[in-house]
Design a protein around this ligand. Structure first.
Ligand code: ADP
Ligand code: MG
Length: 395
């Protein structure tokens, strides 16, 4: 896989696909981690006097209707402003993705300058299943540049115009984020040092069933917390109150438990409602009162999980242990994150947007992990053994 560093970029127009898909609340960016993560490549290209054209998506501006106009609330304007602050230079935002406004801005680019294209998902063609439809957008994107660099690891599992089709149309290379992710995923999938422990949490078992199935034969220990653990607890025959439960998945979870590799919480923080002010107590995991919902793993579970992680040489963690966004239910995630970060001799990998956000929000210190993946979905698909179109096209 050719790297961006190998390209001669001076005076060239370089289309860079970045992952700038940051969480927004009321139009303000609540976590700029992904923007910061994109800086090394952009600074390198600008320093080498490239003319940089950045393409990125933000959210899902077209969920309600694919024919209608995209929701302008998903404009990259706040991202352009933050990127300009971080780079210390202007970041003009095109009024379209690859139309007249984008063409005019790119036309005016000087060496060492950068422009941002509007949210690529404003074009319905970006995510189309029809190769010809995506191809037409990819043609317009490719016409804006001489070279293409993909640094959007979070999107490499998508066969989208700005990720896949445009790479077929221009000389291309991987950016440093993509290259680093690929190197870590190879270590995880090819010959992980043992013991190999995986910690899974987050809200839904169904989202991660395929990953659990693919990982169980390879891992030594699978720790399950978060909203997922209740379907496992139900599979053990426990009542889980009004906790998140996916009844359809109970049988499959029972099968996973038979491997003897799964470690479950022994206590949970059970609340009367999904709210920070709701009355809540720590209760045994096998005695969740009716009407109570488990919103975090309890302190004894943190000890059990930390103990199970001792001696691990490889750890992959995906999914918060509880509703860490609400302070009363953040301690499980904090405790397990601390335990992972404190392992002396392990390759520790955090995958998943919310898990990475939790590490930052709880102030654990990103540098204490071996690697924090910027793309949860993409790393999970890679661990499942699926081919990632955005990577295949680069190699
Ligand atoms: P990631 O993005 O790291 O892959 P997910 O998207 O799977 O993680 O899940 C993150 C979400 O799971 C968080 O918003 C968190 O609040 C939620 N969550 C964790 N534990 C619970 C729980 N016990 N009940 C409900 N939601 C939970
Ligand atoms: Mg998530």
């Amino acid at each position: 896989m050719r790297q961006a560093a190998d390209l001669e970029v001076g005076g060239q127009r370089v289309l860079v696909r970045c992952d700038l898909n940051v969480p927004l609340s009321g139009g303000a960016i609540t976590d700029d981690g992904r923007i910061r993560a994109s800086l090394p490549l952009l600074q390198d290209l600008l320093g080498r006097r490239a003319r940089v054209v950045v393409a990125a998506h933000l959210g899902r501006p077209r969920t309600t209707t694919t024919q209608g106009a995209p929701d302008p609330a998903f404009s990259l304007a706040p991202v352009a402003a933050r990127l300009a602050e971080l780079l210390g230079q202007d970041v003009p935002l095109a009024g379209d993705v690859a139309g007249p406004s984008a063409r005019a801005l790119v036309e005016g680019l000087q060496d060492g300058q950068l422009v941002l294209l509007e949210n690529v998902r404003f074009e319905a063609a970006e995510t189309s299943k029809d190769d010809a439809v995506r191809g037409e957008l990819a043609d317009r994107l490719a016409a804006l540049a001489d070279l293409y660099v993909d640094d959007a690891f979070g999107a490499v599992h998508r066969k989208h115009a700005s990720v896949y089709d445009v790479a077929e149309r221009l000389p291309h290379a991987a950016g440093p984020l993509v290259a680093a992710e690929v190197a870590v995923l190879e270590r995880l999938t090819q010959s992980p040092e043992r013991p190999y422990a995986v910690v899974l949490g987050g809200s839904k078992v169904s989202d991660k069933l395929a990953v659990i199935e693919a990982l169980l034969p390879t891992v030594d220990t699978l720790l399950v917390g978060g909203g997922m653990c209740f379907t496992f607890l139900a599979a053990q025959g426990h009542d889980v109150g009004s906790s998140l439960l996916e009844p359809d998945q109970v049988d499959q979870c029972r099968g996973f438990l038979e491997t003897g590799k799964v470690v479950l919480p022994v206590d949970v923080v059970a609340a009367e409602a999904f709210s920070a002010d709701a009355p809540h107590d720590v209760v045994p995991a096998d005695a969740i009162p009716a009407g109570r919902m488990g919103l975090d793993i309890g302190p004894e579970s943190v000890r059990v999980f930390a103990e199970a992680l001792q001696g691990a040489r490889t750890v992959f963690w995906n999914g918060p242990m509880g509703v860490f966004e609400l302070a009363p239910y953040a301690e499980g995630t904090r405790g397990v994150a601390e335990a992972v970060a404190s392992l002396p001799d392990a390759l520790t990998v955090v995958g998943g947007g919310d898990s990475a956000a939790a590490v930052r929000a709880l102030g654990i210190g990103e540098e204490r992990f071996g690697h924090i993946s910027t793309g949860g979905g993409a790393s999970l698909e890679a661990l499942e053994g699926k081919a990632l179109p955005g990577l295949e096209v680069l190699s």
